[in-house]
Design a protein around this ligand. Structure first.
Ligand code: ZN
Length: 418
């Protein structure tokens, strides 16, 4: 016992001060963030009723809250000339509800409602300018209804991309609200490959590194426009970044989540569909996954850096413990993203996959890797090239982030105050 606790202290002493969150977790004092029960998959399908609608203007966004009998699925659509945001809420109807008067808002002109496909509720926000609604569904508190919350960002300052000012400490991005200061959740976005490492290449010559950068930039903009979230990019241009540096960038910015974006390839052109990966604890969960993991990890050798695992050697036991907790969070988050992507794309596998990707190895940051589609499949290569598919993937990831933080809002964040 003495030996093991001594070596644990030695291992901890070797961890740098900027890993204090990891230290807290390894020492068991950060358990609150991990002690939350995992929520199940979002419910969907049952007929729902909206019993109340409220609207108000807030700092940076205009909010509509719909009290709703149960969780729902929805689709969003942005229209121009004139600018409108349309939200179709599946299998839902209004129950003797009067709509609130429109708040004094720089973005919302008014709200109209209608019936779509006989059973869906259609909300049409008439807008003064283009704005992408951010939607989350909150569970009941104290026996009340679920709430579907639609935030329409006012734009301007909210669109500032923090990743271009990488040395700004988190405090400067803290938002103010009536009930005090709260911190933004930092979402690290990692477009795979880059520079001398093109990633997979499609038959038409499409390079994975270009596609995933576009998806990453779209995701960055969506996250920057979402109150309570701040994006950080591991790369925002065509440059090579070794795998270890990617997780280090995330750690330096105290990222709360890490999302690596890739496009898949396989020797059979028929392979198709999107997948979402988490780190495996016991090696790859399937032959295909193992093959893929080896391919992604080899990027470090392309850049000339070795896969030195010195840190892990020293602290491997502690890292394993921490990773088990983090992996639970990663799996939950990954499942939410997978469901959202499943709404807009074919899935390669209907369960979250697990493999030994190096970029997913942060012990304290829930991390996922999204394979957007198969660039080796000619039809999917075509789709990956379209900015609308790229945007849909980015939007799906954002909705997964919203869903995850709605269920697991860390204290002191905006999500915890909703
Ligand atoms: Zn890749």
């Amino acid at each position: 016992m003495n030996n093991s606790s001594q070596s644990a202290r030695d291992a901890l002493a070797l961890l740098a001060a900027d890993r204090r969150r990891f230290l807290r977790m390894a020492l068991g004092t950060g358990a609150a963030a991990f002690g939350l029960p995992l929520a199940g998959p979002a419910l969907a399908g049952r007929a729902a009723e909206v019993s109340r609608v409220e609207a108000g203007r807030h700092e940076g966004f205009t909010r509509y809250v719909f009290a709703i009998s149960n969780p729902v699925d929805f689709d969003t659509l942005l229209l121009d000339n004139p600018a409108r945001a349309v939200i179709d809420i599946h299998s839902t109807r209004l129950k003797d509800v009067s709509l609130p008067s429109t708040p004094d808002s720089p973005v919302v002109k008014g709200l109209r409602v209608g019936v779509r496909n006989g059973h869906d509720l259609r909300l049409v926000f008439d807008l003064k300018k283009r704005a992408r609604p951010q939607i989350i569904i909150l569970p009941p508190t104290g026996g009340g209804s679920h709430r579907l919350v639609v935030d329409l960002p006012h734009g301007g300052g909210a669109d500032t991309v923090i990743a271009e000012r990488p040395d700004v400490p988190r405090q400067e991005s803290t938002l103010q609200s009536g009930s005090g200061a709260f911190r933004d959740l930092v979402v690290a976005i990692d477009p795979g490959h880059g520079g001398k490492d093109p990633g997979a290449i499609g038959r038409r010559g499409t390079r994975e590194k270009d596609i995933v950068l576009n998806i990453g930039l779209q995701l960055r903009d969506l996250i920057a426009a979402t109150p309570g979230l701040t994006p950080v990019m591991t790369r925002d241009d065509d440059r090579f970044i070794p795998l270890r540096q990617r997780t280090e960038i995330a750690r330096r910015h105290e990222a709360d989540l890490f999302i690596s974006v890739h496009a898949d390839a396989f020797r059979l052109a028929s392979a198709k569909g999107a997948s979402v990966y988490c780190l495996s604890q016991n090696g790859a969960s399937s032959e295909a996954a193992r093959w893929l993991a080896a391919k992604e990890n080899s990027a470090d050798f392309v850049g000339g850096a070795s896969l030195s695992g010195h840190d892990e050697d020293v602290a491997s036991v502690l890292l394993d413990l921490a990773q088990t907790k983090t992996l639970e969070s990663s799996l939950d988050f990954a499942d939410r993203v997978l469901q959202r992507i499943g709404n807009i794309a074919k899935l390669h596998k209907h369960d979250v996959q697990q493999a030994g990707f190096a970029v997913l190895k942060s012990p304290d940051i829930p991390s996922i890797l999204v394979e957007s589609a198969f660039i080796s499949n000619p039809q999917e290569e075509q789709r990956l090239r379209s900015s609308s598919y790229q945007r849909q993937i980015a939007q799906s990831i954002l909705e997964g982030v919203n869903s995850y933080y709605t269920a697991h809002a860390p204290q002191g964040t905006r999500y915890a105050m909703l």
